[in-house]
Design a protein around this ligand. Structure first.
Ligand code: HEC
Ligand code: HEC
Length: 260
């Protein structure tokens, strides 16, 4: 029998057998979940509850209102944000994956615990967070702006940011090579400098120190460069706040969604 006839016959069997149809639907869900786990779970969580990226559970997506826009952001990412595109997926695979994302979006979300209003008081007061973070135009900006942090990150990530700053470094906001990685430079003349890496190329390193000052260092004048992975200028709030205060701060940050 010519091979190309096998396909239509396969279809007929499929159409005439309702149990095969149900089986097929379950298979589809399992394999679209597999695709999600491979491509998306590292940022949106294995359960869709979020992490480095926002939770997808119970959400109306500000960047994806329908199948078409969701398929587009799956393939192209969201320019200007930390959401990368999976450009290697073809249109059909991306649509298939989108189906799974809609099942996540239809799950009832668990409310964020804690008291936002108390969290805000801690943020502006005792926590001194506004000395390093801008929210809606208020504060100063050694750390990343947080006006829409609740739309960009999930609750678990926000909690970890407070208890273990430096564990995950967000991408810098000052240019394509900027990051919050702390670099210590020893110069040949004996001076040392320490700051967050704003920019770096083969010859020059631009740092921003804890006081907010910019330092331009010529690499050939340095005798050692140490990249301090896992450290941050942000204090570790484990010791500075009670558990209730951490929960309230996270609740406040989760409520910051910018215009979304
Ligand atoms: C490297 C981490 C990362 C990966 C991998 C990733 N995302 Fe994202 N995603 C993000 C971040 C961060 C955002 C928030 C972007 C913003 O608005 O600032 C986001 C946003 C989204 C949004 C939009 C939410 C909204 O409210 O508009 C959807 C939907 C989404 N991602 C789905 C996916 C899917 C599906 C995959 C797998 C193909 C995926 N993401 C892979 C980090 C990631
Ligand atoms: C001395 C400056 C400083 C203070 C004070 C500070 N932060 Fe930070 N914060 C930073 C820096 C720098 C980063 C980026 C590097 C990192 O994640 O460690 C950061 C990162 C963060 C992030 C992760 C942002 C992202 O986009 O991933 C959150 C959330 C955050 N801070 C919240 C807070 C809160 C809430 C407080 C007060 C309780 C606070 N910070 C106090 C400097 C500070």
């Amino acid at each position: 029998m010519p091979a190309r006839l096998l396909v239509p016959i396969g279809f007929l069997i499929f159409i005439w057998s309702p149990s095969a149809l149900l089986g097929q639907a379950a298979d589809d869900l399992a394999s679209s979940r597999q695709l999600y786990e491979n491509q998306c779970a590292r940022c949106h969580g294995i359960d869709g509850g979020g992490g480095e990226g926002p939770s997808l559970i119970g959400r109306q997506f500000s960047h994806a209102a329908d199948d078409e826009s969701l398929t587009r952001i799956i393939r192209n990412g969201i320019p200007g944000t930390a959401m990368p595109g999976a450009g290697w997926l073809d249109e059909d695979e991306a649509k298939f994956l989108a189906n799974y994302v809609w099942t996540l979006a239809s799950i009832e979300p668990v409310p964020v615990p804690g008291n936002q209003a108390l969290g805000r008081i801690l943020f502006e007061g005792k926590g001194e967070c506004a000395t390093c973070h801008i929210v809606n135009g208020l504060g100063t900006g050694l750390g990343p702006e947080l006006s829409d942090i609740g739309a960009r990150r999930d609750v678990r990530y926000l909690r970890r940011s407070l208890l273990n700053p430096g564990a995950v470094l967000p991408r810098g906001q000052l240019g394509p090579h900027s990051s919050f990685l702390i670099v210590k430079a020893e110069m040949q003349d004996g001076r040392t400098f320490r700051g967050m890496r704003v920019n770096e190329d083969a010859f020059v390193l631009l740092l921003r120190d804890q006081g907010g000052n910019y330092l331009t260092l010529v690499k050939s004048d340095t005798s050692a460069l140490e990249r301090e992975f896992g450290t941050s200028f942000m204090p570790d709030y484990n010791e500075l706040m009670t558990e209730d205060e951490i929960v309230n701060l996270v609740a406040y940050m989760a409520s910051l969604r910018g215009n979304r």
